[in-house]
Each structure stands twice: as C-alpha cells, then as structure tokens.
Design a protein around this ligand. Structure first.
Ligand code: FES
Ligand code: FES
Length: 164
C-alpha cells in the first residue's frame, strides 16, 4: 500500500508492506539505526519514538497505521548534529553506560519535559516505567532529566531548553 506520512519533518510518500513493523522499516529499510531494538514485544522501551508527538513503542506499530501521521526518531531531535540540552545532561550526569536504552529514554524524557517543564521525581519515574536499563541503576538517568527541568517561574519555555 501507499502511505503519505512524515519522518523527522520530511513529508514522504512510501510504498510499504502494511504489516511490516515501523521499527523494522526504519532500521532495516531506511538504515536509521539510532532507535534500538530490544524485546520486540513492547516491554523494554528501547524502540521508543514519537507518532504525532506521542511516545510509542515502534516494535508494536505497523506501517499500515501510519498514513497521515508524523513520525519522529532520535535522529529527528538534533539540529545541525548538535546534542539537545537533555542529551547533554545525560552526558554530564554520567547517565550513559552501554547506551542501548538511552535513545528511548531521551525520546520519553523530551516528551515529558515538553509537556511538563518541571516534573518532580515521581513524575519522571512514572514516565520511565516502560523503559528498562541493564546498566545504570536508573538514578543518574533520573538526575539527567531532573537536571534540565525548569524552575516553575520559567514554565512555558521547556521546548527550547529541551530541544534547543
Ligand atoms: S523493542 Fe520495542 S519495547 Fe522492546
Ligand atoms: S545504559 Fe546500558 S542498558 Fe541502559
């Protein structure tokens, strides 16, 4: 089937197998390898990206569901190959070990901060509950997201802070 959709801001018209997983299409066909493949059954969060700005598990989305939708991957967050402030915060907080889980964490963390510029620790934990990390023990990941949360007085400008 033919779908019209957008990927990281670029409109596309693509002939796709409607039953092919979004994760497989992006990693296998388009060689966009920033999104990681873990469990393939919606349990680890490694494949998290956005459809219409909402975090989803790409291993559970079929290409046939994407007509008219906007898909954003970790590659779509960076402007001119610069890290976003949240990505920089992961680095400076030493929140990255093997790095496998991090793209998914960044996608969910960015969506949270766009929605809620000053989340508390519990709200950050709740956002990340669908993400598994085998390495860090989670505390530094929570610190990294908390590190770019804005104080209440600055509410409203998180998108600039988080995405640049
Ligand atoms: S690979 Fe999609 S949730 Fe694990
Ligand atoms: S940093 Fe290795 S799985 Fe999270």
């Amino acid at each position: 089937m033919i779908i019209e959709w957008s990927l990281n801001g670029s409109p596309l018209r693509s002939e796709v197998n409607p039953f092919r997983r979004l994760l497989d299409y992006l990693r296998g066909d388009l060689k966009l390898l920033g999104t990681k493949e873990g469990c393939r059954e919606g349990k680890c969060g490694a494949c998290t990206m956005w459809v219409n700005a909402e975090p989803v598990n790409a291993c559970l989305i079929l290409m046939g569901q994407l007509h008219g939708k906007e898909v954003t991957t970790i590659e779509g967050l960076n402007e001119k190959d610069r890290f976003t402030p949240l990505q920089e915060s992961f680095l400076t907080s030493s929140a990255i070990e093997c790095g496998f889980c991090i793209p998914g964490m960044i996608m969910s963390g960015t969506a949270l901060l766009d929605e809620n510029p000053n989340p508390n620790r519990l709200e950050i934990r709740t956002t990340l509950k669908g993400h598994l990390c085998a390495c860090t023990g989670y505390q530094k990941i929570l610190d990294a997201i908390e590190g770019v949360a804005l104080p209440p007085a600055s509410e409203g400008s998180a998108r600039m802070r988080v995405r640049k």
